[in-house]
Design a protein around this ligand. Sequence first.
Ligand code: SF4
Ligand code: SF4
Length: 215
Amino acid sequence: MTNCNRFTCLRCSDCCYFSEIREMPILLPHEVYYYKILAKHMGVKLEFNRLESGLYKWVIRGYCPFYDSSTRSCRIHGEKPLACRMFPLLLDISENKLMVSSLCSWVKRCLERVKSTSNLESAALVFPGEYEALLELLTVLYGGESVIAVAIRDSNIDSLLKAISSECTVIKTTKSSVVEDLYLILLSNCTSDFVEKTIDPNSLEFLIEEKLARE
Ligand code: SF4
Ligand code: SF4
């Protein structure tokens, strides 16, 4: 019997299979760059369409290229896109509206519980992990300061983070489980000039200043 009190993924994999474009994930620009690095390393092909907002529609036909059918799991689970981490929560940026996907198997089984999530507070109770990912997305989209995303390949991350954090706020650091010594770092409250000067150019994969819905 399904526990409808709090969202628990049933691992049905339905959200990793895409047949319609409207269901496909929307990614931030730095995510597109980042997943291209992982894809190259893993020998898979990715396709993206740039949207007017500056965000990207990830075009996936059938199962996601990162989906492992033998284990029925995501091969990049620890570093999957925010859209996947948030699911079944969906953010309609044009309408500024939070929704819950009716395609999710847990949602289908627990509709009454989902209907009770009429505000952000109740959504945070029913979908705690997914809500956290939503907050991260909102920080990048609407945070007061522009967010800088940096990907580096560096085995000495601690000293680099120490140098960067002398001027920047480190929002998040993610270590890749796929590519050795690859880190994705989200920063705010500093300039890309400072970050560029602080990082060894040989270890820099990309540096992007996210400027999206705030423009
Ligand atoms: S990245 Fe992972 S969770 Fe997201 S659609 Fe692909 S396999 Fe599924
Ligand atoms: S559709 Fe829902 S229950 Fe199924 S794997 Fe995705 S998040 Fe989990």
